[in-house]
Design a protein around this ligand. Structure first.
Ligand code: NAP
Length: 305
């Protein structure tokens, strides 16, 4: 039986993938958390790869603390670039292929319209630059690969914007949310379901299929628009499900300048997904629909939520 090595199973995407990949009958999935595979340890990466001998490596693990990365450059690069290079080198030695995740933050956000995969990259943060370095390492090694650039990831598991808005909405009457950054919230479920489809349609022997693909939910909004949708959907569902009531009465739109952060973020994170649709027939649901699907998974009786 063929084997998949999946990293970062304690993260949002890794967790969703671990659930979803059980549907693949022809693969055995070996999921690793940080204890089993620490990406800051090159020798451990080599050891695990040589022990497991995967046919396919899926790497959602990453250093994702965008603001802290500004002061932890070395660690961000160790995990997002050096470790990715070693994973790709080891995968190439085994004639395995690689599915890797990257980010809208490789772009500077100055393009007035949606980004396509061939647009120039120009990260404006350490996190974005470290993710781009990981992409470049994979391209240089040249093994069969899919680099999936996604954005604004959230789900019912892990820490994310949706969970923060729900928690703050239960505590506060007024929230102020940035309304001038544009992009697509993308659910962990949508990503995992798309990856399952990709594994079924991708033929790694066809080298022209290797490359970068945007993978985000359809439609676009701002962080403010996303927060409003979370508020509306939560309030509608909380009555039905008996969830804790929201204290929230008002969400105020603010500018990026009014909410300074250590890392700069692109004002335009809108990514066109025509390439993944054309190449593999993969289309992702509209983001409000994906939000409803995630909301239905919320469980306020568990410590996780
Ligand atoms: N989150 C977003 O909004 C977003 C947006 C665009 C792109 N992406 C990309 O999408 C992918 C998945 O993101 P996500 O949201 O699922 O991230 P996440 O929830 O922050 O999870 C990151 C995972 O990486 C693991 N990790 C961190 N350092 C590690 C190390 N030294 N060794 C091994 N594992 C380590 C974490 O383990 P611990 O639980 O032990 O820390 C966790 O399992 C990443 O490539 C990310 O760059 C994310």
């Amino acid at each position: 039986m063929k084997k998949i090595l999946l990293t970062g199973v304690s993260g949002q995407v890794g967790h969703a993938l671990l659930r979803q990949l059980t549907e693949l009958n022809e693969y055995k999935v070996v999921g690793c958390d940080r204890q089993q595979l620490d990406l800051t340890q090159p020798e451990q990466i080599k050891h695990v790869m040589r022990e497991v001998k995967p046919d396919l490596v899926i790497n959602p693990a990453a250093y994702t603390a965008v603001d802290i990365a500004e002061s932890e450059r070395e660690l961000a690069y160790a995990i997002n670039a050096t470790a990715v290079q070693i994973l790709a080198e080891e995968a190439a030695r085994l004639h395995a292929s690689l599915i890797h995740f990257s980010t809208d933050y490789v772009y500077d956000g100055t393009k007035p319209s949606c980004y396509v995969e061939t647009d120039a990259v120009n990260p404006v943060s350490v996190y974005g630059a470290s993710k781009l370095a990981g992409e470049e390492a994979i391209r240089n090694i040249g093994l069969p690969h899919l680099i999936l650039r996604t954005s604004w990831v959230y789900g019912s598991y892990g820490k994310n914007f949706m969970k923060t808005i729900i928690r703050l909405g239960q505590e506060r009457e007024v929230l102020r949310i940035v309304a001038d950054q544009h992009g697509a919230p993308t659910s962990d479920i949508s990503i995992a379901q798309s990856v399952l489809q990709l594994i079924n349609y991708w033929q790694p022997v066809h080298s022209e299929q290797s490359g970068v693909y945007h993978l985000v939910n359809a439609g676009e909004t701002t962080w403010y628009g996303f927060a409003k949708a979370i508020e509306t959907q939560y309030k509608a569902l909380s009555r039905e499900y008996g969830w804790p009531a929201m204290a929230l009465k008002e969400i105020q739109p603010i500018s990026t300048e009014e909410y300074p952060t250590p890392a700069r973020r692109p004002v335009n994170s809108r990514l066109l997904t025509a390439k993944v649709a054309k190449q593999f027939g993969v289309t992702l649901p509209e983001w409000p629909q994906a939000l409803t699907q995630v909301m239905a998974e919320l469980d306020f009786t568990s410590a996780e939520t």
